[in-house]
Structures are given as C-alpha cells and as structure tokens.
Write a protein that binds this ligand. Sequence first.
Ligand code: HEC
Length: 248
Amino acid sequence: MPIVSPVRSSGAAISGTRRYSLDNPPEGKYTVQAVGNGMQSEFKPVDVAAGKAATADVSLATAQHAALPNAWPRRNGDVGGNEIWTHQPNTPLVDGDAKDIGATKCMECHETERIVLLRMDREKWELTVARMRDYGDEVGLGQLTDEEASRVVDYLTKNYSGEPGSVNAWPPSAVYLVASTPDGMIWFSEQASDKTARFDPETRVFTEYPVPTAESDMRRVDTDPSNPNRIWWAGDTSDRIGYVEVLK
Ligand code: HEC
C-alpha cells in the first residue's frame, strides 16, 4: 500500500532531474511514485531503516493514468466533500407529507444525512431549500415546483426543527443519563428542563416527554424489566421518582 506524504523540493531542476526529500519518515517499507505534467513514474519500493537515509530514483516515463471514476468519498451523485457517512445506508426520513419529495428530489445530489443531522426553524429551512433549488437550477435539474418547495419546508420545519426548550436549544437541557430499551431506542433525562427524551438512532429523531412537575431534577433513568415501553427516572433534589411510558 503506497503511503502518500508531502515531499519537499530540495533543489532546482538540473538537466531534467529534480530531487525531493522527506524528512524523518517513520522506518518501514515505502512505495514511491512521481506524478506530474500529465506523466507518471513506475512504483519504486524503498526500505527506510531507523536513522538512515534512503533514496529512490524514478522517472516520469508513461502518460498519467486516467482519473478514477467518482468513488467514496466522492461517490457518483454525491456532492463532493467529506461525506463520511456514505458507506452507511441512507437514514430514513420520518413519515409525513412531502417525505417522498425529500426522499427523491432532495436526494439527487446528496444523502438524507445532510437533512436529518440538522435542526432548523422555518426561516432557515426556507433559506436552505431556496439554496438547494438554486443548485438544482445551476445543473439544470429544475426539480421542485413552488408548491413542492413549500410542502418540503413545512415537512422539514415540522420534523427537523429545533423548538425552544428542546435538546437543541440554549440554555441546554442538561442531559444526565442514558439508557436503552429493547426496541433500540436511547432514552435520557434532561435535568434542567423536566423532560425525559427518546432518541431513535435509526431516524435520528429526538422526542421529548415533559413530566408534570417542575423542578423534578431528573437524573438517573433506567429501563423497566417488566415493561419495555417504560422508563423510570429518579429526581434527586425533588425526592421523586416517576416513569414515562410510551403507549403503543
Ligand atoms: C443540485 C444538487 C442538490 C439538490 C437537488 C439538493 N441539494 Fe442540498 N446540498 C447541495 C450541496 C452542494 C450542498 C452543500 C453546500 C451547501 O450547504 O450549501 C447541500 C447541502 C444541504 C444541506 C446542509 C446545509 C447546511 O446548512 O449545513 C441540507 C440541509 C440540504 N442540502 C438539504 C436539501 C434539501 C431539503 C433538498 C431538497 C429540497 C436538497 N438539499 C436538494 C446540493 C443539492
């Protein structure tokens, strides 16, 4: 496996020859290749021993190989960039009107991850969707009608928003402890906002469940061995315990 490292020129071109050096690389087996001016060299193996200099002579003898087709992290159809999640399946969008638009027309350039990791208010979703439509126009997609755009904004605002007092808001809700239930949901207490909350790792959606009493000071949470839909919490300074049960 060739190791790509920055090289530093240590001399001017002398009769077509140029020297590059790499200071203090870790010892080991390296493969050297030079690429430039549309030409490339053969691969040259070099053994670097501790404290010893090693050299490899290569020549730009053949035409540079054609660029590889788009591949991860610039997979075909993705916007370029560090889409480290592209090796994972698309996160499903939550159900709702215009989900189909989000899952098809909004996916022509990138993954759902761009959407589900964000929480924005209506104004910001409006701006984002407008920007996306501009991108679409630039590449001649012309994909969204005005009516579809406004439905998508409604859908995103409803399902991917940061409501005041939510886990995404400031001041923070002071997440205290997490527990998981057999259905794969992650639960946690929000000590400062009197809520327990559930995180669905599949859809990346947070749902909050307020408890009836203020200043509950909810800290530890635990699952109920006899009821997989119930989460118990302990209120430290409120001297209370309670549970949240999701009715199915
Ligand atoms: C024509 C290609 C294209 C289409 C179609 C497209 N996007 Fe994007 N999207 C991009 C590009 C490029 C970026 C990264 C640059 C940026 O954030 O402006 C991006 C980034 C995003 C982001 C992250 C923005 C941020 O502020 O972090 C979101 C959210 C998003 N898109 C949502 C959508 C939605 C919703 C739709 C459908 C209405 C959509 N995209 C359709 C190209 C597209």
